[in-house]
Each structure stands twice: as structure tokens, then as C-alpha cells.
Design a binder for this molecule. Structure first.
Ligand SMILES: [Zn+2]
Ligand SMILES: [Zn+2]
Length: 323
């Protein structure tokens, strides 16, 4: 150590800078400590025992909640809005494709994946993490989809969980009304605690360049979402202890981008801006929130409600939803 260094310790300015640094460090610490590092089992804090996530594949915000008339989502507008929360500025900030968009929701991490079902997510999903934590049988987590390729959501590359604690899956290329009835039957029979239900309609008819069918499928999935909510209100197992979230994997191009509503997959506003609606016993109701949020915030929020560990999530808990 040189003599010059030694004299530094005797200067008031030196100590003032050290003290200021300490004060700033202590002051900033709460902001630097993200909620997801709190991995204690917090399930008992909440009334939620079950979570149902509905993913409607690829409608645009502007034809759904972003339309002031909300003419294509009458059940959300007239029945569900009053009992839940809608985030007006919710985005998929990762790859705006179907498998990547779903993986962001279920793993809480963005990752670029093949969109043909040939690649499973790297990070573990809420299904695997929760089944591992709870030690319940695989039928207590369920994935029901209208696209077969979404079977990839059941597993992950991450060595600790690959091939383990996989949820029950009911995946097929089929009509959304069949997916709805399959989902409700499986929920009645197995009473899964975490369920994902996927509807393909808006994406299918968007790619087919069939505008009126695209709008009609938005209306159908609005109706199906309401039917799921009604089931949760009436079923003795789910009633009063179930949180329901409805979101999208991605939107579609804005009208001035490429082929407009027909396709998706880039970072245009239309592709990234999606919906997020949530209702449940621990959430506020009749509320619209404008704080920007992302797909990867869904998994940490579910983990907080269900009380399991989530070190691999990059999103954060949506505390603003919780009462
Ligand atoms: Zn999609
Ligand atoms: Zn786009």
C-alpha cells in the first residue's frame, strides 16, 4: 500500500463519499431485491388453490379489448370486466410465435423455439415446478390445446426436470369447441390444480385471410372463456378458490405491416400487444391497469399464489393484481 493511499483514509471527503455510497446502497436495496427471490411457501397467504390459464391464439388487441366498442368480446365486456382486472399495456416482448409465446407464459422466460413442435422449452414450466413442489400426481396439472404441437409445453430441456413431473396433456389439432368440452370434462374428472386451455380460432382464420371468420372466432373464444368462468363459479371443487387468467401468445401485424392481420412474428406493435385479464379470490375486481407488463410476468404471479419456487423466472410478480 502506498503512502498516498494511506492518507486517503484520513480525509473527511473520503469518508463522506464512503458514507454516501453506503446510504445509497441501503436505500436502493429494496428496489434491487426482486419479489421473485422471495421463494418461501406462501400458499397459505392466499385463497387461491387452483389456477386456470386460457390462451387465445393470436387475436389483435385492436379487435378485442383495444376496440372501444368491444363488440367482439361481449362476455368479457359485459360479464367478466366487473369481476376482474384487465391490463391495457400487456406485451409479448419475446418471439411472437405460438410455441415461444406459450413458453414465455408457462416458463416465465423468453426463449426462441422452433414453431413446429420439434423443440421443447429450455426452462421448466409452472406445471413441472408445481408438481415437483407439491408431489401430486401428474393429473393435478393439465394442458389442453387445439394445436397438437403445444404438447411441447409439458416438458423442458433443463436437466433437473427433463422427463420428470410432467403434467397430463390432451393436445390435438381440433376445433375449439371440442377443446372446451375436453377441458371441462377433464377438470371435472381429475380436478387439476393448474390448467392451461388453448384456443386456436383467431390464429387459424387470420392465417387463412378470412376476416369475418377471424372476427367470429374472437367472439367464440370470448364465449368459451365465459363458459369456463361459469364452470369455475359452479363447480364445488373450484368455486371461490380458483384464479382464472386469459391472455394471448401473440397478436398479429398491424394493418400497415407486411400482410397485416394475416401473419405475425415480428416486433411490430400489433404482434407484441396482447391481452391480459385476470379474476380470482385474491385479486381486485372491476379494475383496468395501465402499468406495462409482459408475458413472462404470468408464471411468477402464479407461483406466488400457489407457493412454489421459481428461480428461473425472468418476469416478476404482478403485485398490483393482488388485494
Ligand atoms: Zn399463436
Ligand atoms: Zn407484426
Amino acid at each position: 500500500m502506498s503512502g498516498e493511499d494511506h492518507t486517503n483514509y484520513q480525509r473527511p471527503l473520503f469518508w463522506a463519499i464512503i458514507l454516501l455510497g453506503l446510504v445509497l446502497f441501503v436505500k436502493c436495496e429494496p428496489a434491487l431485491t426482486t419479489p421473485e427471490t422471495d421463494t418461501a411457501n406462501t400458499a397459505s397467504k392466499y385463497k387461491t388453490s387452483n389456477v386456470v390459464i386460457v390462451v387465445i391464439d393470436g387475436p389483435r388487441f385492436r379487435e378485442t379489448w383495444g376496440d372501444p366498442s368491444k363488440r367482439h368480446i361481449p362476455f368479457f365486456a359485459n360479464e367478466l370486466a366487473a369481476v376482474g382486472i384487465h391490463h391495457n399495456r400487456f406485451y409479448n416482448c419475446g418471439a411472437t410465435y405460438t410455441t415461444s409465446g406459450h413458453a414465455a407464459i408457462t416458463t416465465g422466460s423468453y426463449q426462441w423455439m422452433a414453431n413446429d413442435g420439434s423443440e421443447i422449452p429450455y426452462y421448466p414450466s409452472i406445471f413441472q415446478l408445481w408438481l415437483k413442489e407439491s408431489r401430486m400426481s401428474s393429473s393435478k396439472a393439465l394442458v389442453v390445446t387445439s394445436k397438437q404441437k403445444l404438447g411441447v409445453l409439458a416438458d423442458c430441456v433443463s436437466p433437473a426436470l427433463r422427463g420428470k413431473f410432467n403434467p397430463m396433456v390432451a393436445v390435438a389439432d381440433r376445433e375449439d369447441r371440442e377443446t372446451l368440452s375436453t377441458a371441462l370434462e377433464l377438470m371435472k374428472q381429475f380436478q387439476p390444480r393448474i390448467t392451461l386451455i388453448h384456443f386456436r380460432g383467431p390464429d387459424l382464420y387470420g392465417h387463412a385471410n378470412e376476416w369475418s371468420s377471424y372476427l367470429q372466432s374472437i367472439e367464440e373464444t370470448d364465449n368459451y372463456s365465459y363458459q369456463i368462468w361459469r364452470f369455475l363459479q359452479q363447480d364445488p371443487f373450484y368455486k371461490d378458490v380458483t384464479t382464472m387468467m386469459v391472455t394471448n401468445d401473440h397478436g398479429r401485424h398491424n394493418n400497415n405491416v407486411r400482410d397485416g392481420f394475416v401473419s405475425h412474428g415480428d416486433f411490430c406493435e400489433g404482434c407484441m400487444h396482447i391481452n391480459f385479464f385476470a379474476t380470482g379470490p385474491d385479486f381486485h375486481s372491476n379494475l383496468v391497469i395501465n402499468k406495462p407488463r409482459q408475458s413472462v410476468d404470468i408464471a411468477p404471479t402464479i407461483a406466488e399464489l400457489m407457493g412454489f419456487k421459481h428461480q428461473t423466472f425472468t418476469g416478476s410478480v404482478m403485485w398490483e393484481l393482488i388485494k
